[in-house]
Ligand binder design. Structure first.
Ligand SMILES: [Zn+2]
Length: 218
């Protein structure tokens, strides 16, 4: 499919809603830059940049990386040639102050065009997250029940070893979902008021969700 989209969007949804996986697919299919703040932060940390060192200090102390640090990282990424006027923000903003700061930092011609909300019932999210396996080499995500690798514990794509991220342990999942309800859910009202919010029923097969996303983002 040779689609090109010029959307500048945020993918919103609880952990396990599938937004990261879909963002990657849509970005590839429609020539958008996929801006995952989590991946970018991990990249900066492992590259040992100044920003990475600062971020690591907060992460090691179990604190959230401050908004202005993430915003400056996102701004730099958006101004790169491949991201001009076509990108998906995945993992940011997560709080109302972050959303407001993002708006202040986007110029008129780079303002958000869409916010896509991935709606999935919480019981489904829990099941998705507890079975999740992450490739330690390429970052691909598998699932014990929904999307198992051909050989147990081995990534089909690169042969890397699969691990359960500490974030995906049951007690951490409960905490992440709670945090999402408190911090991120208020964003829905914020973006709805701006007339940017589009909701997608993400409790369906990934291929169905993908096709609908391409339509929603026109
Ligand atoms: Zn892999």
């Amino acid at each position: 499919m040779a689609t090109t989209l010029t959307a500048r969007c945020v993918f919103l949804g609880a952990p396990g809603a599938g937004k990261g996986t879909q963002a990657k697919k849509v970005a590839e299919a429609a020539a958008l830059a996929h801006i995952s703040t989590g991946d970018m932060l991990r990249g900066q940390v492992s590259a040992g940049t100044e920003l990475g060192r600062q971020a690591k200090g907060y992460m090691d102390a179990g604190k959230l990386v401050p908004d202005d640090l993430i915003i400056s990282m996102v701004k730099a990424r958006i101004s790169e040639p491949d991201a001009k006027s076509a990108w998906i923000l995945d993992g940011f903003p997560r709080t109302l102050p972050q959303a407001e700061a993002l708006d202040r930092n986007l110029s008129a011609n780079s303002a958000l065009s869409h916010v896509i909300y991935f709606a999935v019932p919480e019981s489904v999210l829990f099941g998705r997250l507890t079975g999740r396996l992450t490739c330690s080499k390429c970052g691909a995500i598998w699932h014990l029940q929904n999307n198992p690798p051909k050989a147990a514990g081995v990534c089909d794509l690169c042969g890397g070893g699969l691990v359960q991220r500490s974030d995906d342990l049951p007690e951490k999942i409960t905490k992440r979902l709670e945090e999402y309800r408190t911090l991120t859910a208020p964003l829905l009202a914020y973006y709805r008021e701006k007339n940017l919010l589009r909701e997608i029923d993400a409790n369906r097969a990934p291929t169905v969700v993908f096709q609908e996303l391409l339509k929603l983002m026109q």
